[in-house]
Design a protein around this ligand. Sequence first.
Ligand SMILES: *[C@@H]1O[C@H](CO)[C@@H](O)[C@H](O)[C@H]1NC(C)=O
Ligand SMILES: *[C@@H]1O[C@H](CO)[C@@H](O)[C@H](O)[C@H]1NC(C)=O
Ligand SMILES: *[C@@H]1O[C@H](CO)[C@@H](O)[C@H](O)[C@H]1NC(C)=O
Length: 772
Amino acid sequence: MEAKVVTFLHVLFSCLLCLHAKPLQTYIVQLHPHPHGFTPTSSAFPSKFHWHLSFLEQSVSADDSSTRLLYSYTSAMEGFAAQLSDSELELLKKLPGVVAVRPDTRLQLHTTYSYKFMGLTPAREDAWYQSGFGHGTIIGVLDTGVWPESPSFKDRGMPPVPGKWKGICQQGQDFDSSNCNRKLIGARFFTKGHTVASPSSSPANTIQEYASPRDSHGHGTHTSSTAGGASVPRASVLGNGGGVARGMAPGAHIAVYKVCWTNGCYSSDILAAMDTAIRDGVDILSLSIGGFPLPLFADSIAIGSFRAVEHGISVVCAAGNSGPLQYSVANEAPWIATIGASTLDREFPAIVQLGNGEYLSGESMFPGNEFPSTTKEFELVYAPAGGKKGSEFCFAGSLPKVKIQGKMVVCDRGVNGRAEKGQVVKQSGGAAMILANTAINMEEDSVDVHVLPATLVGFTESLRLKAYINSTRNPRARIVFSGTVIGKSRAPAVAQFSARGPSFTNPSVLKPDVIAPGVNIIAAWPQNLGPTGLPEDSRRVNFTVMSGTSMACPHASGIAALIRSAHPKWSPAAVKSAMLTTADVTDHSGNPIMDGDKPAGVFAMGAGHVNPQRAIYPGLIYDIRPEDYVTHLCTLGYTRSEIFTITHRNASCSELLKMNKGFSLNYPSISVIFRQGTRRKMMMRKITNVGRPNSIYSVEVKAPEGVKVRVKPTKLHFKQRNQVLSYRVWFISRKRMTREKLSFAEGHLTWINSQNHLTRVRSPISVTWKRK
Ligand SMILES: *[C@@H]1O[C@H](CO)[C@@H](O)[C@H](O)[C@H]1NC(C)=O
Ligand SMILES: *[C@@H]1O[C@H](CO)[C@@H](O)[C@H](O)[C@H]1NC(C)=O
Ligand SMILES: *[C@@H]1O[C@H](CO)[C@@H](O)[C@H](O)[C@H]1NC(C)=O
């Protein structure tokens, strides 16, 4: 099978190389709409495809211009992706009708239990019942594909495929239409951008890569089952975390779009998938993919998702894993729901008992109870003498066999993969491993499956561990595995790695939007892969554990499906507003959600931790029409051509701003920026009553430090359902501009239902003082 893929790719590349001696690059070319639309009589071209091709015919010298066209886009964008040389690029850029050209970019992939943690247990009165488990909604997942035989994609009890669905189950290697059912209703793969950009990556790769929607990496199987997987009893990873595995919206249909391959996820493939998904009829797009923050007009995900949102599709994206660095949040367009990661209150304790009697707390998924011999005492080694460069990280080939044979090896976390370190230790003859966090990971406990007995200790513990190793000539330790423990730790808390705001490209919108579970998430896994995902791992499982904002994103996508199912007519902005204004800011102990050793701020958790139960009935929503985003871009100073690139709308900002004096985007959170010289800011918000008629709300404000906040009016009386009322809020800075270039403060503004005191519509407020 592997050989077949290799040949398939090899033929493709050698052919491309033989035709064009000069290196070609993939570009995404954006066009003005065709001046006469596309009725058969109005245009010289029989289809958009031919029209797009005509641009290549005018710029590409070879007579094979059609072989250069990778994709023709019509729904997520007007334009195409093509391979061009430098000189062809120059010609094409000058053609009338071309709006923007940008090089293709490479992006990265950034529950047996999590549903229970989020207050979703099948009791009559709760969100799952009220929303019909997400029935009738379709979640499109852009990722590494799917393992369709996983029990999470069985369709028992699923309603028929919605009539609006126009997608397909695309045939390919080891995949055909029989792999789709009423749960997994569609599957496609998009590989052209990846194929031309990384010809060498696939053959060299040891993981089998399927030329089909079938998942050879596991990530897509994991994320799509987290969003909408069916109920699977007795799901566990090698005996850990056993329980019912169930997606957030177990009644939703799943459509899989495979866009990520061995060498990453290319924008041209992602756009092609979004383009198709819009026409297929998905309700929600879930993207656990991203890169670094980019200006919106250079960000293909932002551009494609604007069109998706115009079509009423909610786009939910991972915030990225570059936290706790400030300004690291990606996928930050205001029309996207940007999801950070939180921890669950589930632990897998595996305590290290040192030879001197001391204990270090650690966590592990190793099934210790099944292998009693693994808990015996071993000799400890760390960065052994005679080791090669990187032996402290347990790089492949760095550990001398004679020094570690039969011993417990300490490996610093970082650089190479965590499971890979275990593999290296095992191959070098080691008996067990302790993964030691460094200052970067602090106390974060990402639990992995390993090929040998192993545990992970936090940074403080790792210092104690190394001090002990230094202190004695004969360091020894044992690992005591204690299985799964629930409800002991404070949770949710912000995951250290979860990307942080403020938004680098657009600080006027508070990002991330919310956090959702993203640490130690158990979900479906390809049945031909071991739980570590390493090619050498011969164990077989149906589930494995993963961490990342990649895991948080599909939780939020599933919740969006629950909301959509309960309120099919709501706009993507309304769905997002419901998630934001009802999010929790306290943890299960009733105390503030933590971020490391301090309470979490708005740039770490956004509005808070999603609460599906409350999000179904938010009481009030902040709605946004697509044209409002255009006016918003005008207020940010984007040029006409940049705005056109993002929105495909020919906006006259001077007119829009004249028509919308004092415009502020009706976002459910509030971000105030005081630049030097400004001391007052006014914002307007419009809220829609989606609860009962005759509802009265009063405002409660927690003013950010150094800021006076005034709201007018302070009471809102909604006589009818769907009635819209507006309010204004003034922010007056009482703080002198300090010497610091930047300073921040935060608070919140909450509308509380005066009749039941339960419906609380909370908007977090962030304030930034900027010297320049
Ligand atoms: C252990 O000893 C080495 C060499 O003497 C030293 O560099 C290192 O800082 C010590 N580590 C700890 C944690 O004490
Ligand atoms: C995985 O699921 C399949 C289908 O439900 C089942 O037959 C198989 O025994 C499971 N494998 C493991 C390792 O649990
Ligand atoms: C956009 O609007 C301006 C001014 O109204 C006009 O001159 C220009 O031709 C328009 N561009 C397109 C592509 O419609």
